[in-house]
Design a protein around this ligand. Structure first.
Ligand code: ZN
Length: 365
């Protein structure tokens, strides 16, 4: 950083002085007044930013569509938010916020952690990924899905098929077991990523039990750039279906599936929180591809404190590729062709992430 960081700060200061509030507020955790008033403030123990300030900082107009929510965009809606709720949608993919969009006085306000560590990274990934991975300065080996043939170090990916051995995970009809499907998906994903020039390791190569803590530990030993854990879902409700992707909950905020959803200081920071912005970008790109390839129901990008995510030494996500307890999902997952398409989607999500890393390094001189 050094001089360049200083130069950027001074550009922002100059922009602020000239009244270019959007430019002045660009980027994470930048202090400064929004055009119509406050940018960041605390209300009910939660740090907030006004939606107006967030929109201005990203060059987006806010349109109130009543029942359909608040739409932020230029010409087309990029981001949709539901007043009073935690559900958002970015470019058509569902994203769960850590805290509801709430009314404070005359303003709609977001939790600052949602604005800075989820929404902003998803809208401007290149600002958050430069130098994110080990071996900084070396471009990622792939560009637009085409293998990069130059002598560059390849991105290291650790795929983690869930469960194994005595731990079968979820089960479905006809003896379908989560541990077997997860391993099959991981192997197929590896084949596709290796073809694109990435280096891929699995946390287990066969049907054996691997301690949860040993899975992120392998990623640390290999100095991995990306960690993706692969699972299948189960529910007491047989109608529950579709795909969801988890990234680590932000410090102080509960997991998406927590009953009250209230923030609390008892949820401290974990090592994986060092990558909050990159986690969100990786998780979003995986979820988007899994929806596109399988036409699956979108259960969204969610937050949870799974041990493998808490201890991940690099950007990490956990994908739930469908419900073994749902007849339709189970039938699809039992089909080899459908599993091949799901593995393609996971691989493409990881390649999308690799491309964003490369783009970030080109944009951020
Ligand atoms: Zn599982």
């Amino acid at each position: 950083m050094g001089e360049r960081g200083g130069y950027r700060r001074s550009v922002r200061a100059a922009a602020a002085a000239l009244g270019f509030a959007a430019l002045a507020n660009a980027g994470p955790a930048t202090a400064g007044a929004a055009p119509g008033g406050r940018r960041a403030f605390t209300h009910g123990d939660v740090e907030r930013v006004t939606l107006a300030a967030f929109a201005a900082a990203h060059g987006l107009a806010v349109e109130d569509r009543a029942e359909a929510g608040l739409w932020l965009g230029r010409r087309n809606p990029t981001l949709r938010l539901m007043p009073g709720g935690r559900r958002a949608s970015i470019r058509g993919v569902q994203v769960w916020l850590q805290h509801p969009l709430e009314r404070v006085g005359d303003d709609w306000v977001l939790a600052r952690v949602d604005a800075d560590a989820t929404l902003s990274p998803l809208l401007r990934p290149h600002r958050y990924l430069a130098g994110r991975t080990p071996g900084a300065g070396a471009p990622s080996p792939v560009f637009e899905g085409v293998p990069y043939t130059g002598a560059r170090p390849a991105l290291v990916v650790v795929l983690d098929p869930g469960h194994g051995g005595a731990d079968g995970g979820a089960s479905g009809p006809d003896g379908l077991l989560e541990k077997d499907l997860a391993l099959d998906l991981a192997r197929r994903t590896r084949t596709r990523l290796e073809r694109a020039g990435l280096r891929v390791h699995l946390t287990r190569e066969d049907d054996r039990f691997v301690d949860l803590a040993d899975r992120p530990a392998l990623a640390a030993r290999l100095r991995a750039d990306v960690f993706v854990s692969i699972h299948l879902n189960a529910s007491d409700d047989p109608s529950a279906a579709g795909v969801e992707t988890y990234v680590l909950s932000k410090p102080g905020f509960p997991s998406t599936n927590h009953p009250t959803g209230r923030p609390s200081p008892r949820w401290g920071a974990d090592p994986g929180n060092a990558h909050d912005a990159a986690n969100a970008i990786l998780g979003f790109l995986l979820q988007r591809r899994m929806l596109g390839e399988g036409r699956a129901r979108d259960r969204g990008l969610r937050h949870a404190r799974f041990l493998v995510l808490r201890q991940a030494p690099c950007p990490a996500a956990l994908v739930e590729c469908g419900f073994l307890t749902n007849a339709g999902d189970a039938r699809r997952l039992a089909d080899e062709g459908a599993r091949a398409r799901m593995a393609d989607a996971i691989a493409l999500g990881i390649l999308d992430y690799a491309n964003e890393v490369r783009r970030a390094r080109l944009v951020n001189w």
